[in-house]
Design a protein around this ligand. Structure first.
Ligand SMILES: [Zn+2]
Length: 168
């Protein structure tokens, strides 16, 4: 496979979003970078499993980090596709990420996943989800009201017929 083909596969595998902070190409305004999860300088390879689609900022904060041999679990970054990230991180209602484990906190700190721009983006998305829920509720109420109006119109027509018969 050519470098371009590999890049295309990684790009689609990560749904055109940064594997670490989840920003999409659309928000960044361009294609993202290919990160070696285990850096080449630390024995990493070009195998697909070692390649993560990453934004420039996450890639820069991650740098050439790799835990030293025998380092505790807490000092290992989370692989977006190989680790169950949701078991280590949770998004709070204020748009910040919190660690559920020491490893989760390490991952957040190392990649600066609570940088102000990401928190602002998560807050926007939370607001968007809230508005979508409210819109869906309003639409359900509208449908219910339209049904009630049709029922009342039928009743009114029946009443008019009765009045017409009584007065006719
Ligand atoms: Zn990122």
């Amino acid at each position: 496979m050519t470098t371009q083909e590999i890049r295309a596969i990684v790009r689609e595998r990560y749904n055109r979003r940064c594997g670490y902070c989840n920003v999409s190409e659309v928000w960044v305004g361009g294609e993202l970078e290919i990160d070696h999860f285990r850096p080449l300088a630390h024995g990493g390879t070009d195998d697909l499993v070692n390649l993560v689609y990453a934004c420039t900022t996450c890639n820069r904060f991650k740098g050439d980090y790799w835990q030293s041999v025998g380092a505790p679990e807490d000092l290992r970054l989370l692989h977006p596709a190989e680790n169950n990230v949701n078991a280590h991180l949770v998004e709070t209602t204020d748009g910040r990420l919190a660690g559920l484990t020491p490893r989760g906190w390490f991952h957040i700190d190392r990649l600066h996943l609570n940088r102000s721009q990401l928190v602002a983006l998560r807050q926007l998305r939370q607001t968007e989800r809230l508005l979508q829920r409210e819109l869906a509720q309003a639409q359900a109420i509208k449908t219910e009201l339209q049904k009630r109006i049709r029922e009342l119109e039928t009743e009114l027509a029946e009443l008019r017929e009765i009045i017409a018969r009584l007065t006719g």
